[in-house]
Write a protein that binds this ligand. Structure first.
Ligand code: ADP
Ligand code: ZN
Length: 807
């Protein structure tokens, strides 16, 4: 009998898969895409078979130990997708597969040693000890427990015993029971206190205030452990809060799936509009396997079109994937998909335990559910016989993965659509320049030019902060009469207001009035942000914090002043100017808990909030008909980042948040405060003129060339020692030049230069930017990235193809 061998990819940064012998007992299970347990040095790991009937390895081959699944974990087309991704991003296949399979399918399996029934084998030494240990325990035990008991690794012994049939290895799959745990929970009693009441009640109890506000941010309901951990709180502060009657403590079921009880509507949806029908007809005639752009203004009814395409796929016996930028920000979309398709839908969200995620994976894999909805990584959901992929808000940066493989879900979606001959729909009101260019050139743009029921787009007023006077008595926050009057009007009519200020905390930085020193983070080259409740200077990169200085640490001069107002200061201003309004703030500080966005949005939906203020989080996907005013407090925060996408991001942010206004019969308006009303991003956003903006932006990116007129690879080096990083960056740059020249590629190397954010978390950062045609860069990445990327010594090198930012 000839020996057969399998190649196994492991979730490790190894350039090539390892080769193992297939024992005859596993011959029917060791198929491409199957999970297998293999020995790696002295331990066992879960890997994925990526090839069978390959030549034997040069050194003595070891055996596959087990194959836990009756059906291969990764269907052939997902394995093919992994191969393409691995080549495209220059990432080892094992790391790519690790990103694709849920964590529980990799790590948590344990291997048990099992003595066959009624079989005695004469062995001596450690083998005998192991057999005796197992016999004492009823014939089975885990490899790890055995190693502990014998005080030595047992892998080699187990391996020998297995070869002579004295032992078998069993893989115990991860625990997938979604057991309901009980926990101590805290619940807020009554309506949230107003800011003024808080100042009064918590004057001498800042810790209680921090706890109270953390609880509020979690929708007034949270586990005690999580709550205390979130603010470094103490049980005594919490008990004091309970005694004061503001908070109630009890034992209850631990918080559950937030989508569990999401509003599901049973009403039949209204008929499609003519525009929607036309868009569907246009999508219908485009051949599958490629991306189409559904370019529809905010409120034009794109979601309805998605649902219809999904229905169409289901009717044809196929499955569907719906990707959203961040699932906790899109409860409304989830609700609509659930309403339409009920139990067909698997919602993949970050609140799932590893076991629940693995369950969802299996339900999709088996075909028990045919639709998956989720964020970036849902692009790998094993939907059977995939018919359509919808990627909503395709321009969002959150579709890009921050670690290797640094994939962009939109580009992976295109690969997957091609592999499975599925239809790919990219939806946006403000498409990225890359997608716009590609879709326009391919003639694959489908438009929804108007809002549903011919609702007009809201009028946008640009208010020039250089000329328009600040409202008297208000300092810190830019606040003009125009915006103030608009808020007053909306509130007096019982309508809702959104206020965007894309900067969290109290203020961006403190500066000494005498010497001008700005306090910076000692670990990152960035100014510290002022926060209140608790009062601290905080670093937004590494979370370093220190007390707010009362005198300048450099010159000992007068009280340093805070500049660049943030959302906390805005909240205070709104509370003071509009004391009767119910205000909610939404930013990273109020939404650290998993489902807090969701709860804040629910309150807005129920009309319990008059003014919702916050960072860019409030710009996304909300559809609240009673919002008649959107105010952009300081549009300039985003315009001047040292990044080629700064203008595009600023435009998208303003256009998206403006799109939240006037979605109901009462109409709406948008007020944008800026010092640069002539900036094309603002001017075009004010006119709702997306196409002009894209054309202007495209011209700007010709010289110097940026995507879509060239492709980019971003190489970032970081390490604790500045000089060492600089030296290494110079060597890497030379190596890049050499490898490029040798392969005769038309690629230029810019740098090395310090990154715009030169230091993060105590690591110095230098970067190189490679520019060239995508095909040339691709060839270079495929060959060079596996050799370059990774950690050597204390210097880390990341190779990022198609970066979304160069900061
Ligand atoms: P978009 O995703 O393009 O911003 P939505 O899909 O959220 O737009 O739709 C905007 C609003 O229009 C929603 O309130 C939705 O319920 C409503 N809507 C969508 N399609 C129709 C239709 N055919 N008839 C009536 N209302 C519709
Ligand atoms: Zn820092």
């Amino acid at each position: 009998m000839t020996e057969r061998y399998a190649q196994v990819a492991l979730p490790l940064p190894l350039a090539d898969p390892y080769t193992y012998r297939i024992p005859s007992s596993l011959a029917d299970r060791a198929l491409p895409g199957a999970r297998v347990v293999v020995p790696v040095r002295r331990r066992e790991m879960v890997g994925v078979v990526v090839g069978v009937d390959v030549p034997p390895p040069p050194a003595a081959p070891r055996d596959l130990l087990a194959a836990p699944d009756a059906d291969v974990a990764l269907p052939p087309h997902l394995l093919e997708l992994a191969r393409q991704m691995s080549r495209y991003y220059g990432t080892p296949l094992g790391l790519t597969l690790r990103a694709m399979l849920p964590a529980a399918l990799w790590g948590h399996s344990t291997v048990q040693l099992v003595l066959p029934e009624g079989r005695q084998t004469a062995v001596g030494g450690t083998a005998a000890t192991l057999v005796r240990w197992l016999a004492d325990r009823g014939g089975r035990g885990t490899v790890a427990a055995a190693a502990r008991a014998l005080k030595r690794p047992v892998w080699d012994v187990a391996d020998r015993l297995q070869r002579v049939g004295a032992l078998t290895l069993e893989v115990i799959p991860p625990d997938t029971s979604g057991g309901v745990a009980t926990a101590r929970v805290a619940r807020m009693v009554g309506d949230p206190l107003t800011l003024v009441e808080r100042d009064h009640r918590f004057k001498r109890a800042p810790r209680q205030r921090a706890l109270y506000e953390a609880l509020e941010a979690r929708g007034g309901h949270a586990g005690v452990t999580q709550l205390l951990a979130a603010v470094d709180g103490t049980a005594s502060s919490l008990n004091a809060l309970a005694k004061s009657g503001l908070v109630e403590l009890s034992t209850a079921e631990a918080p559950r799936d937030p989508f569990h009880d999401i509003a599901v509507s049973t009403q039949t949806p209204p008929p499609l509009t003519n525009d929607q029908l036309a868009a569907l007809a246009a999508l219908d005639v485009l051949p599958p396997g490629h991306a189409s752009l559904l370019f529809g203004v905010t409120g034009s009814g794109k979601t309805r079109v998605y649902l219809d395409r999904i229905r169409h796929a289901l009717d044809a016996g196929r499955g569907a994937l719906l990707l959203v930028p961040e699932i906790s920000l899109t409860p409304q979309t989830v609700g609509r998909v659930r309403s339409a398709f009920g139990a067909e839908v698997a919602v993949l969200h970050s609140g799932l335990s590893d076991g629940e995620r693995a369950d969802a994976w299996r339900a999709l894999r088996s075909g028990a559910r045919r639709i998956a909805i989720g964020a970036r990584s849902a692009i790998f959901a094993p939907v059977r016989n995939l018919g359509v992929i919808v990627l909503d808000e395709e321009h969002e940066a959150s579709y890009k993965n921050g670690e290797a493989p640094r994939y962009h879900a939109r580009d992976v979606a295109a690969m997957r659509a091609h592999v499975e001959q599925a239809t790919l729909i990219l939806g946006s009101a403000t498409p990225s320049l890359e997608t716009w260019t590609r879709a326009t050139e391919a003639g694959r743009v489908v438009r929804l030019p108007e809002r549903v029921a011919a609702q007009p787009m809201p009028a946008v007023t640009l208010v020039d902060l250089r000329h328009e006077p600040q409202v008297e008595g208000v300092s810190g926050v830019p606040w003009t009469r125009v915006l103030d009057d608009a808020v007053t009007t909306s509130l007096s009519r019982g309508e809702q207001v959104l206020l965007l200020l894309n900067r969290r905390g109290w203020s961006a930085y403190v500066q000494c009035v005498s010497c001008g020193t700005v306090t910076e983070c000692p670990n990152c080259s960035i100014s510290l942000t002022v926060h209140r409740h608790p009062e601290m200077l905080r670093c937004h990169y590494c979370d370093y914090h220190e007390p707010v200085p009362t005198v300048c640490t450099i010159c000992g001069g007068a009280t340093p002043r805070s500049l660049g107002a943030g959302t906390q200061q805005l909240e205070r201003l709104v509370a003071e100017r509009f004391p009767q309004a119910r205000v909610a703030r939404m930013d990273l500080d109020t939404t650290t808990a998993k489902w807090s966005h969701h709860r804040i949005l629910e309150r807005v939906g129920r009309g319990e909030v008059d003014v919702l203020l916050g960072t860019q989080m409030i710009a996304k996907g909300l559809d609240f008909p009673n919002v008649t005013l959107v105010g952009v407090v300081d549009a300039d925060t985003a315009l001047h980042l040292p990044d080629f996408r700064a203008g595009e991001r600023a435009f998208q942010l303003i256009a998206q948040v403006a799109g939240r206004a006037g979605r109901g019969p009462k109409g709406g308006r948008v007020v944008v405060q800026t010092r640069q009303p002539e900036h094309p991003a603002l001017e075009c956003a004010a006119r709702h003129d997306v196409v002009s903006f894209l054309e202007i932006e495209s011209t700007l990116r010709r010289s110097p060339a940026y995507p879509p007129h060239t492709a980019l690879v971003h190489v970032v080096l970081s390490g604790p020692d500045r000089d060492a990083v600089a030296r290494r960056a110079a060597t890497v740059a030379e190596w890049c030049e050499r490898t490029i020249a040798r392969s005769e590629l038309a690629v230029i190397v810019l740098g090395p230069a310090p990154c715009p954010v030169e230091r993060i978390k105590d690591r110095w950062r230098m970067h190189l930017i490679l520019k060239g045609a995508s095909r040339d860069l691709g060839r270079w990445v495929r060959a060079a990235a596996p050799r370059l990327a990774g950690i050597r010594g204390d210097i880390r090198i990341a190779v990022d193809r198609d970066p979304v930012s160069l900061l």
